[in-house]
Design a protein around this ligand. Structure first.
Ligand code: FES
Length: 521
């Protein structure tokens, strides 16, 4: 019988960007000490927006380099994807090395492989230097083929990874009893508890004089007289440089056309015979499944991910069903303890965008497009962004620069048209008894309904309260879709997400969904 840990995001502020708690959120240890300080009267060297792994790795490194930094987090440390990742730390990337080689050359593939090593080494060094208690362990990562066709692709992946300098070898065994045709093993991969790690980074950042502001939402930015003016929900901050560690940056930017948002699904299960895999394991399906073991408070969990789909385009319950059927096919599952989903961004050319934000204000930086490799690439970004900001020479800067994006003809008018759409929705009050679909709507769910030729996003809480919102995403005007598993409104265009009251859970939108008054008569 499944004993799934669920919560209703309507009951209060969600500790993560969704209603389903991840296995990491059962953390009993103390949360990091956010700074209670007025940061408005100082001109900062750097404002980092976002307190996930990318933001905190970058901020800590910059602070250590002698810069005065402030981190502004709209929610709490690890609220976004860092609190929902499965924390596989790999030299093997979602974009295979033969693809990188054909698009960026052999030298490019070698640089990417070296970058992944830098990412892993950055985590290992932080764990050692700051004595972070986060269950960090080196592991082997095994990729296995189940069919002849998959084996052919595996050969290609293996050869290109070797040419790129990755430590990889064929293997005849798996640490779990799965049938396979062929397999390769990537040595010296790693895993850890992602929330313990970022909480540790946050503490060390504050101990070194950094300012961490939680519940500080960036509402607007402007660049003037050589510095950024960042209007937040806690006052105006000023800084010479601005780093967006928020996946894609807010506002309208060409990166929104170059990064596609996806959701990946995860189960944490107990298995009967105690036969938990020791390695990080990956199959070759599309989307692929990935699993590993993590022991929390003496309890081992098999953590299985997959069933990915584009944000706002899939059925979350179907994804969980597919994943559960997969894991039950291969393991004797005694209970499903946790299930949750998390968001990532897929770059169109396969490599992340790390560096100066193209088309943005002076001295604005970004790191995004990590695919499913957020821990390693977020950690690598901390190193690369620090070097770029300090003007230090770096072999990686050009390859990962967001300025490799070519300007798109008509982009300016695309933005204007979409920005116009965002503000066209007008419905100041609606008669509740005319929302016919509402009677059929089960508690705890939402849907987009029609009302006098307009659409309205309605949610019915478990207590029977009806909340009506404009379904028009405030970023660029797309219509949001209901995510029934995470109890959120998800935008199918660029991955903006809102809670049931329309508050922004994750960017790029800056403003919440417009509330609509319901009239009872
Ligand atoms: Fe861009 Fe919604 S996130 S239109």
């Amino acid at each position: 019988m499944a004993t799934i840990h669920n919560s209703d995001s309507t009951a209060g502020t969600s500790p993560r960007d969704g209603a389903l708690p991840s296995v990491w959120q059962q953390l009993s240890g103390a949360r990091p000490q956010a700074t209670i300080a007025d940061a408005t009267d100082q001109l900062w060297d750097v404002i980092v927006v976002g307190a996930g792994i990318t933001g905190l790795t970058t901020a800590l490194r910059l602070q250590e380099a002698g810069l005065d930094c402030v981190v502004a987090e709209a929610h709490q440390v690890g609220f976004g994807t860092t609190g929902g990742t499965t924390a596989h730390i790999n030299t093997m990337l979602d974009t295979p090395y033969h693809t990188i080689e054909s698009d960026f050359g052999e030298d490019g593939a070698r640089l990417v492989a070296a970058a992944t090593r830098v990412g892993i080494d950055t985590v290992a060094r932080n764990v050692a230097t700051y004595q972070l208690d986060c269950d960090f362990e080196y592991k082997d990562g095994v990729l296995f083929a189940e069919t002849e066709q998959e084996a052919e692709l595996l050969d290609k992946i293996f050869s290109a990874a070797q040419r790129a300098g990755v430590d990889v070898a064929p293997t005849a065994s798996l640490s779990i009893p799965l049938h396979f045709h062929k397999a390769i093993v990537f040595h010296r991969q790693a895993q850890m508890h992602p929330l313990k790690y970022v909480y540790g980074l946050a503490d060390r950042f504050v101990m070194r004089g950094g300012i961490l502001l939680e519940n500080t939402h960036v509402e607007d930015t402007a660049y003037d007289d050589g510095y950024h003016r960042v209007q937040t929900s806690n006052g105006l901050l000023r800084a010479r440089r601005l780093v967006y560690a928020t996946h894609v940056p807010p506002g309208l930017n060409i990166l929104h056309l170059r990064c596609a948002p996806y959701r990946s699904y995860v189960l944490a299960v107990r298995i009967e015979n105690g036969n938990y895999p020791d390695d990080l394991v990956y199959d070759m399906k599309d989307p692929y499944h990935y699993f590993r073991t993590h022991t929390i408070d003496g309890v081992p969990y098999l953590i299985v991910g997959g069933a990915d789909h584009k944000t706002g385009h899939g059925d979350a319950h179907a994804a969980f069903r597919e994943l559960e059927a997969y894991v039950r096919k291969h393991f004797k599952v005694s209970s499903v303890e946790y299930r949750w989903s998390a968001q990532y961004f897929e770059p169109t050319d396969g490599l992340p965008y790390i560096g100066k934000l193209p088309g943005g204000d002076e001295d604005t930086y970004v790191a995004t497009g990590f695919s499913g490799n957020g821990i390693v690439l977020g950690s690598f970004s901390g190193m690369l962004l620090t070097d770029v900001i300090l003007g230090a020479e770096n072999p990686y800067e050009k390859l990962f620069s967001p300025s490799r994006i070519k300007p798109i003809a008509g982009f300016a008018s695309f933005l204007k048209e979409n920005a116009d759409v965002a503000y066209r929705f007008v419905a100041d009050r609606v008669h509740i008894n005319q929302l016919n679909e509402l009677a059929e709507l089960p508690s705890g769910t939402g849907t987009v309904v029609n009302y006098e030729k307009q659409q309205i996003a309605v949610y019915k809480s478990y207590e029977g309260e009806v909340i009506a919102l404009s379904p028009v995403c405030t970023h660029a005007g797309c219509i949001v879709a209901w995510n029934d598993a995470e109890k959120s409104w998800d935008c199918p265009c660029h991955g903006g997400r809102y809670d049931v009251r329309g508050n922004v859970l994750s960017g790029p939108p800056r403003k919440g969904l417009q509330p609509i008054s319901l009239v009872h008569d």
